[in-house]
Design a protein around this ligand. Structure first.
Ligand code: 5GP
Ligand code: MN
Length: 339
């Protein structure tokens, strides 16, 4: 972001404003952490601030400080739309295009508020007056730290804000192990711990609250794991029947795709999850090195994301979706074997 833009934002935030913070559908740790970190920062300066989610977040994120104040557009549609319409500033965090907010797309497109984007996804749309978009960042949460730093205000980061920022850095870096983790990421995390983020407690809250059924579902997923050595690819499928059998709850399949990548010599992993209610197969793709699942998802699966982590969807039945996936692999064989 240019210095001049920072000055303009500083000016803008120097008097209390009506502010709405939004994030993408099916919010993850980075979406919840970044919106709530910014929420706690802005209310310190008496801005009338509301976080609005398109739909609910998984239960392992409900403990994040401030989560109880968030509105859910799916449930509180009229109030949410009114707040978006009346807002002077809308911060859009952790997504690159309005359609990623599902049913909130229209309200955002019609909103005349000044938009500020903070995001690390590829190919961002240009709807925002101020764009802080950087695909090299580990997470939007890391960018929130940089944003506050650019405002020369890191002294205002207290234990609550530090906790929220920590959540998203931890989840988007796979607990500090993915390629996107830099020495700067670690330096920021060190600061957050000094400011009062309880790292082991946060990890426990997010990762160690499994139900027995969730582990059974993981067992089912691992049983379904298939490996295609000639393409250095592994994939997992979960049908709606299997999800029902283990009493699937939102968030239960989070991170399961990564098990494929843990196999020796595998650099592309996919998971296909049937969602009968939405009439789609939800797809998650993960890779190692330079192989871009963002490009693969954009080309074949109506989605996108980052080089090493992308999402998408298919409107074909589960079996056909998997057959389609296998049928496109030959065109990537060279790229997969060159890694
Ligand atoms: P997931 O597999 O966890 O749903 O998504 C992996 C990453 O890709 C996340 O950072 C997510 O925000 C991003 N992503 C998921 N679906 C889409 C999509 O349809 N478009 C774009 N641009 N990014 C996506
Ligand atoms: Mn993110």
């Amino acid at each position: 972001m240019k210095k001049q833009e920072i000055e303009q934002i500083k000016q803008l935030l120097s008097t209390p404003k009506k502010i709405v913070i939004v994030t993408h559908k099916n919010p993850d740790g980075d979406a919840i952490g970044s919106t709530l970190a910014l929420y706690h920062y802005l209310i310190k300066y008496n801005h009338k601030t509301t976080v609005i989610l398109p739909n609910d977040c998984p239960s392992f994120l409900k403990w994040v400080p401030g989560a109880e104040t968030m509105l859910i557009h799916d449930y509180q549609t009229d109030t949410s739309n009114r707040l978006i319409k009346d807002a002077e500033i809308v911060f859009t965090l952790d997504f690159n295009a309005f359609h990623r907010t599902g049913n909130m797309e229209t309200a955002l497109a019609e909103s005349e508020a000044l938009k500020i984007m903070i995001d690390h996804h590829q190919a961002p749309d240009h709807y925002a007056k101020f764009m802080f978009s950087d695909v090299n960042m580990s997470s939007t949460c890391e960018m929130i730290y940089h944003f506050i730093d650019m405002l020369k205000d890191t002294n205002s980061i207290d234990a609550t804000i530090a906790t929220c920022i920590y959540v998203g850095i931890m989840t988007d870096t796979g607990s500090f192990k993915f390629d996107c983790t830099t020495s700067t990421t670690h330096q920021i995390v060190a600061q957050l711990i000094d400011k009062g983020a309880n790292n082991s407690q946060i990890h426990n809250n997010v990762y160690d609250t499994n139900s027995y059924e969730r582990l059974q579902l993981l067992g089912c997923a691992l049983n379904n794991l298939k490996v295609l050595p000639e393409y250095r690819t592994a994939y997992i499928s979960l049908s709606q029947d299997e999800l029902n059998k283990y009493n699937y709850r939102k968030g239960d399949t989070e991170g399961v795709v990564n098990y494929g990548l843990s196999l020796d010599n595998v650099i592309l992993a996919a998971i296909f999850i049937e969602d009968q209610k939405e009439g789609i197969i939800k797809i998650s793709l993960r890779s190692k090195g330079h192989f871009s699942v963002n490009e693969m998802s954009r080309a074949h699966f109506n989605g996108g994301g980052h080089t090493n982590a992308a999402g998408g969807r298919s409107y074909l039945p589960l079996k056909d979706t998997i057959e389609n996936f296998i049928s496109i692999l030959p065109s990537y064989k060279k790229a997969l074997n060159n890694e």
